[in-house]
Design a protein around this ligand. Structure first.
Ligand SMILES: [Zn+2]
Length: 237
């Protein structure tokens, strides 16, 4: 990767983290002025972070052999670090290169069931699933946010998609889309839920960015900032 391109990425990521810090500070100050009961309700949400795939299921493969499951986990761990920094309750669906299937032989269906059960067992969950896209040709690029049918999901999805475009993918013209029944977890969790395809492993420019640790931090910052905006906008959380 060219040095100036890397510097540009690092500068963008630093700006994102500054944006996040500014937003969170304003958010905390605003909430501290509210009644105690309101703050107690808002503080009870759990950010569920699901790094897609893992273990035997590596997901999509990049043009250079990069495994989707590894990128998903790297971004998820950065998102958890930010959540911890702000004292946000969180639940990692997986923390290493492992599957959630608890059957003797790997079962994709059981893996997805376990992710769903874990999410639904969390206290007042808000679910963010992290994935990477792929396509037969190298042309498509940029993020794709897919939202569940459950209440609040569409708002969280639209907010996250807009923030990703504004901060990291200004040339992308895609819009957030509702999930189909094909996406098991989004169809079976009963909380605000989105799946974020961070970029295309089949596109060389996206692939280089997605492998860059600074860019991953930028993605995590956008996801964290979007969650906090959603939380502050939502009465029930
Ligand atoms: Zn995936």
């Amino acid at each position: 990767m060219r040095t100036e391109y890397r510097h540009d990425l690092q500068k963008r990521s630093l700006l994102l983290v500054i944006f996040l810090l500014t937003f969170v500070t304003a958010f905390l100050l605003k909430n501290s002025e509210k009644k105690e009961t309101s703050a107690a309700v808002k503080d009870s949400s759990t950010l569920v972070i699901d790094a897609g795939h893992g273990g035997i299921d590596c997901g999509a493969l990049g043009l250079d052999g990069t495994r989707e499951s590894d990128l998903n986990l790297a971004i998820a761990l950065k998102l958890r670090a930010l959540a911890e920094l702000y004292g946000q309750d969180n639940l990692m669906i997986r923390q290493d290169d492992s599957t959630k299937s608890d059957t003797e032989a790997y079962s994709e269906h059981r893996d997805l069931e376990c992710r769903t059960e874990l999410t639904n067992s969390a206290r007042n969950p808000v679910y963010i699933s992290i994935h990477q896209n792929t396509y037969p040709t190298g042309q498509p690029s940029g993020p794709q946010v897919i939202y569940a049918a459950a209440e609040g999901s569409r708002d969280l999805g639209a907010l996250t998609h807009a923030n990703l475009l504004r901060s990291l993918y200004p040339d992308c013209r895609r819009v957030a889309e509702p999930a189909t029944r094909r996406l098991y977890v989004l169809s079976h969790v009963n909380c605000p839920a989105i799946l974020v395809e961070c970029g295309f492993l089949s596109n060389m420019i996206d692939l280089e960015r997605l492998k860059d640790s600074s860019f991953q931090t930028g993605l995590a910052a956008v996801l964290m900032g979007s969650f906090l905006q959603f939380r502050s906008n939502t009465e029930r959380i």
